[in-house]
Design a protein around this ligand. Structure first.
Ligand code: NDP
Length: 483
């Protein structure tokens, strides 16, 4: 069986203790590869390589760093088909999604930060009262840790690594053990792009072992983490007393608020996507749908048949809308939530595991809609992270806001209305880091990205990410006013 390797100091290598984990293809349930079950020794090896590479990389001119990252973006784009197929098979998602979204975005991340670093500037403050000038340097932090989840594997891995490298840091990174394949391929592209050995080191393994070793390492200055809220809290418990910089992008339970005055057809098409894209495994999915009562029955009459018509199948099958969910364990978790429909609401469609003839052992869940009468239930309060949405009617704007905000999370929200004043009022009052009005997942990489409440701390995206990965140092010089 094929074995993936760690990528340390510019070379692929086996884990020091020769321990391995099995990787599976969600579409079929088959074992695909073995991956390193790295531990604290492998992380130390990666750290040493990163530490050795830091002095030179941090002093490399910005133009050189920029052109290496842009070359990396080009190499990823040139291998789109190969990478998209690898991503789709490893994650379970439809090949079309990996081809249109995941891999182009991974390439765009490196290109964006390759360009952004050439425009990144710091500030100067002249103080005439004391005849002095302050200027602020933005210096790279040193060796930083990047830890990413399984839902958008290369997309989110590169979203962290690209700004860290652009800013002059060296990196020890861990992809999710559940979707390691495209991250494992990245090392080859780094070498081809001319990234010096040790600047990026990729260690595979389980979160509580390899991930925890990165978080707890005293030499690693910052942790950029995307994943679940519980894991984020565990990471903060370890890293905060060490005074590490922390960026935590955590779970979401996002409201999709539909007012009666919206463009119904557009809302319907986009709501299908915001509910079920990537099998509902996007932190930004609108899993709680609230519909104004005037159009509630009309919405149900249009939405439910459209959901039932969604085609579910293996990643590489033609014409599918949804693929498999990422693992057997995750499928079981999702089904434990759909079972709550009996006690907490009314199942309108889906709710069960799907048997696909050509892939009987794959992890398929039928797109599910559950009608609920309250936000005070597990279906509305806990992140399911699968193809499951709740729907509930509301009467007024005030009620919609109260329902939308009644949740521990605050990542994103979507609002459908043709009333511009309402769109601004509601956007301002929503407890979320990102609000979309009459659109969803419409991303401009320059904008701040992140959540409030249990959805995390810190912001990624644009210069926010470059600020995170640099330390501001103010230098104050007093000058003589007379010659
Ligand atoms: P997890 O929190 O389980 O894992 C995320 C990453 O952290 C994985 O690489 C995991 O490794 C690692 N990890 C797990 N435990 C530890 C630990 N103790 N110390 C260090 N690292 C650890 O999340 P999932 O992979 O299940 O991803 C789904 C979650 O990610 C959802 O909650 C989703 O909302 C969230 N997410 C948030 C986004 C945002 O931008 N806010 C975007 C996308 C997803 P391993 O998998 O190998 O165990």
């Amino acid at each position: 069986m094929e074995k993936l390797q760690n990528f340390i100091d510019g070379k692929y290598c086996d884990p020091i203790d020769d321990q391995w984990l099995d990787n599976y293809v969600p579409s079929t349930g088959e074992r695909s590869q073995q991956i390193p079950a790295s531990n604290v020794k492998d992380v130390e090896r990666a750290y040493k390589a990163a530490k050795k590479a830091f002095p030179s990389w941090s002093q490399t001119p910005i133009e050189t760093r920029s052109s290496i990252l842009i070359k990396l973006a080009d190499l990823i784009a040139a291998d789109l088909d190969k990478l998209a197929k690898a991503e789709a098979l490893d994650n379970g998602k439809p090949l079309a999604l990996a081809t249109k979204v995941d891999i182009p975005r991974a390439s765009a991340n490196f290109r964006f930060f390759g360009n952004a670093i050439t425009q990144f500037a710091s500030e100067a403050h002249e103080n005439l009262a004391s005849d002095s000038i302050n200027f602020t340097l933005r210096q790279p932090l040193g060796v930083v840790g990047c830890i990413s989840p399984w839902n958008l594997p290369l997309y989110l891995f590169s979203w962290k690594i690209a700004p860290a490298l652009a800013a002059g840091n060296t990196v020890v990174a861990k992809p999710s053990e559940i979707t390691p394949v495209t991250a494992a391929l990245l090392g080859k592209y780094c070498n081809e792009a001319g990234l010096p050995a040790g600047v990026l080191n990729i260690v595979h393994g389980k979160g509580p072992e390899a991930g925890q070793a990165i978080v707890a390492h005293s030499g690693i200055k910052a942790i950029s983490f995307t994943g679940g809220t519980t894991t984020g809290a565990a990471i903060a418990r370890t890293a905060a007393p060490m005074f590490k910089k922390l960026s935590l992008e955590l779970g979401g339970k996002n409201p999709n608020i539909i007012f009666a005055d919206c463009d119904f057809e557009k809302m319907l098409q986009v709501s299908l996507k915001s509910s079920f894209a990537n099998q509902g495994q996007i932190c930004l999915c609108g899993s709680r749908i609230f519909v104004q009562e005037e159009i509630y029955e009309k919405f149900k009459a249009a939405f439910i048949p459209a959901v039932k018509a969604l085609k579910v199948g293996p990643s590489l099958a033609a014409g599918i809308d949804l693929g498999a969910v990422v693992s057997k364990q995750h499928m079981e978790k999702i089904l434990s939530y759909t079972a709550l429909a009996e006690s907490e609401g009314k199942l309108l469609c889906g709710g069960q595991q799907l048997q696909i003839k050509e892939a009987p052992n794959g992890y398929y869940v039928a797109p599910t809609v559950i009608e609920v009468g309250t936000t005070r239930c597990r279906l509305q309060q806990e992140e399911i992270f699968g193809p499951v949405v709740t729907i509930m009617p509301f009467k007024t704007e005030e009620e919609a806001l109260a329902l939308a905000n009644d949740v521990p999370y605050g990542l994103s929200a979507t609002v459908w209305t043709s009333n511009i004043d309402r769109s601004i009022r509601v956007s301002k009052a929503l407890e979320a880091g990102i609000v979309w009005v009459n659109t969803w997942l419409n991303r401009d990489l320059r904008t701040p990205f992140g959540g409030v409440k249990a959805s995390g701390v810190g912001r990624e995206g644009g210069f926010e990410a470059l600020r995170f990965f640099t330390e501001p140092k103010n230098i104050c010089i007093q000058y003589k006013t007379n010659t």
